[in-house]
Design a protein around this ligand. Structure first.
Ligand code: RM4
Ligand code: MN
Ligand code: MN
Length: 407
């Protein structure tokens, strides 16, 4: 990127003229946090094949090292989400200390309840109480792991559902789900939150037990204040208005967090902001508008990269999230409210599109320089030689596998 200072001065002057506090915007951008997922640094693939990438992380320590590199470049990614058992270790205190030595801490703990043979017909909704018990025990183990690693987030996604009408009792499955989650909820310390993630289909195709935000919301309400909803941007039917869901949940105090990724057709797990940046901006617009009500929202990336360099893809996701936030921060809120109050439909709409169409790259470059970072993190990554270094050190996996990573 060319020197940004001149473009920044022009933009800052224009924003200040419109009544915006540019210093406060920069402050907010410096305080932004985005968690990256350990699995995004490992080999992954489609349902048909796992594609090995040179230098992909082979274990949790390498994943933390990659996440630390992403944090070093962006300055806003100090935590890493783990999946258990993918990231299982014997000594959590040691792993926590290792992460801290690199500059990252452990974030949300995600129990995998989809990869054991026993879970073929479901986990917490399974008809067999022994399978449900196993799922509950795994989640209780994850509560312990969260405690041992200093994490306060238990992030739950269930692959539970059915493929055929009549396969199981929909109502009974709902009862089993709640009964299982109540046991886990009861074991959580007071400062821990349970994030309940919904997804409308896959791996089950007839019905999914937690198919949408309303179902997750109802379950979270029944469980109590420490249970909230997690919105994965890839988990909706085509055309769903995600920003509306966000606004509703925020207003109810039930928006726990996000899994950001991009999708075109289904749960595509593409680089954030690559398919529909306007949607991402509108989501951030609701978050900024909600002010204090959005204070505890956890922002996480949830994507896997098949055909692109891992760290670079992750950095790009983070930058796209940052861009959406920057654009939402420069929305003329007073003008928007005034136009809404007078029924000025297109005037109000244009307040949003004005912000969305603003080139915020000079602002973000300025923020990074003030944070002591390179103004262009992707260029910095390339200059660092990190990806070549790990490719040499770690090599390339044999690539015989298929499906999701198990590293
Ligand atoms: C699911 C969901 C979960 C993720 C798994 C691997 O579709 O998004 O959050 O952890 O995939
Ligand atoms: Mn997710
Ligand atoms: Mn997903």
């Amino acid at each position: 990127m060319a020197d940004h200072s001149q473009a920044y001065s022009l933009l800052a002057a224009r924003l200040a003229d419109s009544g915006l506090n540019v210093e406060a915007v920069k402050q907010a951008l410096k305080a932004q946090r985005v968690e990256t997922p350990s699995w995004g640094y490992a080999d992954s693939g489609t349902r048909f094949k796992t594609f090995p990438w040179p230098g992909a992380a082979r274990d949790v320590r390498e994943k933390l090292a990659d996440a630390a590199m992403v944090h070093k470049l962006t300055g806003i990614c100090p935590s890493v989400a783990l999946h258990i058992p993918w990231d299982m270790v014997d000594d959590w205190a040691e792993l926590k200390a290792y992460g801290e030595s690199l500059g990252v801490r452990i974030g949300a703990i995600n129990p995998n309840l989809f990869q054991d043979e026993a879970y073929k017909l479901g986990s917490v909704c399974h008809h067999d109480p022994a399978v449900r018990r196993r799922a509950v025990e795994h989640m209780l183990e994850c509560v312990e792991i969260a405690g041992a690693t200093g994490s306060t987030l238990l992030s739950l996604w269930f692959a539970d559902g059915t493929n055929y009408a009549g396969q199981d009792s929909l109502a009974e499955r709902k009862h089993r789900l709640l009964e299982s989650l109540r046991q886990v909820y009861a074991a959580m310390p007071a400062d821990m939150r349970m994030l309940i993630e919904y997804k409308f289909f896959e791996p089950a195709f007839y019905h999914t037990d937690l198919a949408d935000w309303g179902t997750a919301y109802a379950v979270a309400l029944k469980l109590g204040p420490q249970a909230q909803v997690l919105v994965d941007t890839g988990h909706h039917a085509q055309g769903t208005n995600i920003e509306h869901i966000v606004a509703f949940l925020l207003d109810e105090g039930k928006l726990g967090g996000f899994h950001f990724n991009a999708r075109k057709y289904a749960d595509d797990d593409l680089i954030v902001g690559t398919v529909n940046p306007f949607e991402l901006f509108l989501i951030y617009n609701e978050l900024v508008a909600a002010r204090e009500a959005a204070r505890d929202v956890a922002y996480m990336i949830d994507q896997n990269h098949n055909i692109e360099p891992k760290a670079e893809a992750m950095v790009l996701s983070v930058l796209n999230v940052q861009t959406a936030y920057a654009r939402a921060l420069i929305v003329g809120r007073a003008a928007l409210a005034q136009r809404q109050a007078t029924g000025d439909v297109l005037g109000a709409h244009c307040v949003l599109t004005d912000a969305f169409e603003t080139d915020v790259r000079p602002l973000l470059a300025q923020v990074r320089v003030e944070m002591g970072l390179h103004p262009d993190p992707i260029a910095a990554l390339k200059e660092s030689g990190y990806e070549q270094k790990v490719a040499t050190e770690r090599g390339t996996a044999s690539g015989a596998g298929s499906g999701f990573p198990t590293a």
